[in-house]
Design a protein around this ligand. Sequence first.
Ligand SMILES: Cc1ncc(COP(=O)(O)O)c(C=O)c1O
Length: 409
Amino acid sequence: MAIPETLPGPAPAERMSRVKESPSSRVADRVRDFQAAGRKVLPLTIGEPDFDTPDHVKEAAVAAIRAGETKYTSANGTPALRRAVTARLLRKTGQSYGHDEICVGGGAKQLIFLAFMATLDEGDEVVVPAPYWVSYPDMVTVNGGRPVIIGTTAAEGYKITPERLRAAITDRTKWVVLNTPNNPTGAVYSEAELRGLTDVVRAHPHVSILCDEIYDEINYGAQPVPSAVTVAPDLRERVFLVNGVSKAYAMTGWRIGYGAGARWLCGAIGTLQSQSSSCPSSVSQAAAVAALDGGREFIDRTVGVYTARRDLLVSGLAAIDGLRPTTPEGGFYVWVDASALLGSVTPSGKEVTSDADLAEHFLDTSGVVVITGDSYGCPGHFRASFALSSETIREAVAGLARAVESLRR
Ligand SMILES: Cc1ncc(COP(=O)(O)O)c(C=O)c1O
């Protein structure tokens, strides 16, 4: 955050200079500004399902309100929600977590932030593979840590290898962040790949894995997305699994995430919650129980719709000379290599020298908004969401084709 020299009111803490607003929130504000000015935009920036929360979940929330479940709950979540989380984790990982090895918070985002707050001392390192979810580096730095970014390539499927991980680990490494399926690339680590990485972590007892699995239900593979604890159950206490109901059940606004891992860490996160938010929303927790216990009908139906949209967007982008999309294995984003367009010139004579120039050109020419690759630590790319209607995707692809064609290369 850029801090002016003099400000009215209390002086900001030094740590505020280490954190910036999330690029996705900034872009969302920009889209709203454009729309308010009466301009048509095609926002391929959307980071949440465009489906409505399932009815049975809403009804559970209304029933909870009527039943008076409107008071503070235990800092780490109601017993009912922790039971539902435990049952879900048993189904997914085969691991049976105790209620004190679970924590519930105001979204996966808050739990990741609190996990770093609870564990990082000044100068501790966190290995973050790039492209990364925009929030990890800032969450690390604001909590005193140092993100150690490891780049990955298209040829590696945008996944880190055991060799690269080994080379990045130092005496100060506390965490390795694994996000599978990945935002923004849609890459999913296979069991064998996870085994290779957990073998490296096993050999370094001071290192733990923060496994962000928030997109695991939005999975286009034939098998469930594997988890680090499934392949390395002996490392269970050194893996902090993070997940939530936001993406799988179209519940982003309900703000419920959950974590599973070492008893002390879940306890520490509970302590931090007890001194900050007190607890997650009681009503949202009741809704999350209904979501987790409510069967797979909603997930199966929405993943079917996402699959058709994914294919539409990937094939449309692949047909544009200069863009190279990666077909995602999970999540609802397509990661696009646009490096061939850097150095081109717009019809008004402006050279495209950065991701921001390219995004600006897309917006000016056809109202298409994308999130730039440099936001994810990987310039020369952009992320395009397909949590949008097929009609909007078709219009956006046509707009991008027009914008790319108009560039002089
Ligand atoms: C990789 C990743 N992790 C975590 C989150 C946060 O999810 P929640 O809504 O549960 O805070 C997001 C949301 O965009 C995400 O993309």
